[in-house]
Design a protein around this ligand. Structure first.
Ligand SMILES: CSC[C@H]1O[C@H](OP(=O)(O)O)[C@H](O)[C@@H]1O
Length: 353
């Protein structure tokens, strides 16, 4: 029997055994392997190597990581506990720079720690667990709400293009950009989804195609350089993508290649929607120019996934993991609080009020 995709839990806490149980996304679609993480180094490694990836899922893993690695700290004072907390927080914060949810979740855990300052160390530890559980539970509700709002913009039978993976395994449940597709399917809609393969780490081919197929959604895999032809041929009526950080003016960092898709969508007159939890909107970052773009190892372009090197050994590479889509190319940003249209400068601020 096919497991319904929206119940795949990519991150969960096994408190009894002091472990985070993590679906290793680097092994999909060939193997469904669950890792057991125990130390701050395990969690850092899982985030850096994209065993857990997708902005909300990274935030959830980091929050549980903070609980888990401070759970056994033998501190007698708040100051001692805080020192251990700060050390773990600094380590996890160094894992990936672009997705703001990592920093958002770490800061939220820190605020909870500060709030509990006058309580016992045992109570602080319990509060940190509660906060991490809340982050995960809220993400599920947020994704469902994004899906409902996004569904208002779509019609049964539409062709939808997506880039990278903003699906259930990138979040607590449902996904962001894929949430309306799952919710639509539950209503009997038949979307035709085109998944960009998403070079170089192939999140579209390995993850989006896999999870949509598991859910019985009509999905067609294309190479990244085929987006133009499917748009030109009238196969696409909407583009839906996730995001890693949205600046105050609406500029949006997402997986490398997204801005090219947005430019194509504008050319062909196709709406381009960004699905963004409020936790991914960073009003402290004024424009996309301020967003740090993660640079990743050349091996991902030249050798990964191949049995033989696919480029001359000495050739230089440039491997930015994200790009920034200019706000002028974005038709709307869909959040759990509603659909935000331009001018983003004013309207994004307003949804936080
Ligand atoms: C639900 S947001 C998913 C987001 O994460 C991706 O990046 P990565 O696979 O490197 O973590 C990508 O930019 C997606 O849109």
């Amino acid at each position: 029997m096919t497991e319904h995709v929206t119940v795949i839990e990519s991150v969960r806490l096994d408190d009894e055994n002091n472990q985070i149980i993590l679906l290793d996304q680097t092994q999909l679609p060939n193997k469904k392997v669950f890792l057991k993480l125990e130390t701050v180094d395990d969690i850092w490694d899982a985030i850096y190597h994209l065993k857990v990836r997708g902005a909300p899922a990274i935030g959830i893993a980091a929050a549980y990581g903070m609980y888990l690695v401070t759970k056994h700290v033998e501190a007698t004072t708040y100051e001692e506990f805080d020192a251990a907390f700060q050390q773990a927080k600094g380590k996890l914060a160094s894992s990936r720079p672009t997705a703001v949810n990592l920093f958002w979740a770490l800061d939220r855990m820190e605020r909870r720690l500060e709030k509990e300052k006058s309580t016992s160390i045992a109570e602080i530890k319990q509060a940190l667990k509660e906060e991490a559980d809340l982050i995960k539970q809220e993400d599920e509700e947020v994704c469902e709400a994004i899906g409902q709002y996004a569904l208002e913009l779509l019609e049964d039978g539409m062709g939808i293009l997506t880039h990278c993976n903003a699906g259930t395994i990138a979040t607590a449940k449902y996904g962001t950009a894929l949430a309306p597709i799952y919710l639509g399917k539950e209503k009997g809609y038949n979307f035709k989804v085109y998944a960009d393969e998403t070079r170089p780490l192939l999140q579209g081919a390995r993850l989006t195609a896999w999870e949509l197929d598991q859910a019985g959604v009509d999905v067609t895999l294309i190479c990244d350089n085929m987006a133009s032809i499917v748009m030109q041929q009238g196969k696409i009526q909407a583009v839906l993508v996730g995001c890693d950080r949205v600046a105050a003016n609406g500029d949006t960092a997402n997986k490398i290649g997204t801005s090219g898709v947005a430019i194509l969508a504008k050319h062909y007159g196709i709406p381009f929607y960004v699905c963004a939890p409020l936790s991914t909107i960073d009003l402290d970052t004024k424009t996309g120019e301020e967003i740090e773009i993660e640079l990743r190892p050349e091996e991902e372009i030249k050798a990964k996934w191949y049995s033989e090197p696919m480029a001359p050994e000495n050739v230089k590479t440039y491997n930015p993991a994200f790009d920034v889509t200019d706000h002028s190319l974005i038709t709307a940003i869909i959040t759990e609080k509603g659909i935000v249209y331009p001018s983003y400068q004013d309207n994004l601020k307003a949804i936080f009020e």
